[in-house]
Design a protein around this ligand. Sequence first.
Ligand code: GDP
Length: 195
Amino acid sequence: MEVQEVELVMSAVAASQYPTTGYPEIGLVGRSNVGKSSLTNVLINRKSYARTSSQPGKTRTLNFYEVEKQLYFVDVPGYGYAKVSKKEREKFGVMIEEYLTQRDQLRGVIQLVDGRHAPTDDDVSMYQWLRYYHIPTLIVATKIDKIKPAVRNRETSLIRKTLNMNADDELLLFSAQTKLGKDEVWQWIEKKIGG
Ligand code: GDP
């Protein structure tokens, strides 16, 4: 999809604020700093539209980006951020869990992991959790430009093994810098939204 039109329509703190247009939604999850804003900006052809983690206070909302009046990218806040109080985290965790397990419009989730390292325990828990709920998930390994082509296969195997992925579970390599993987990520999204 070649995106011309995109708008952050809602930063929701409660389910009552979610959009009601009925467009399909694709969730984006990953630890802060993994490259989620960068991936989103590449997908929507913008230099800096999606927020970045430099605004930590703003990252505790579910951000709905309406794309081409056809779908939403839903930025699901990063797990593993330490500064939020326990109480706040609990309250917020419930909202995210309900969103991911109960939202009819949600067609799939893109989980980002840092392509330079083995996935963290948080990454593993998140992936297992998504699988447990049978939520269609694409793993995207980010910052691949930082890895030499010769060792990319080895890194891919490490990610697959650490996340305990099945052979038919989907993983793509991505770089916001070179745009490697952009078309493949879009193909996955289009397949999920039936476009
Ligand atoms: P977020 O917190 O997950 O939204 O992460 P950001 O998109 O803000 O990225 C965090 C940092 O990683 C920034 O300094 C980005 O410039 C850098 N970054 C993100 N994606 C890539 C990538 O594909 N390649 C490289 N080299 N750096 C990246």
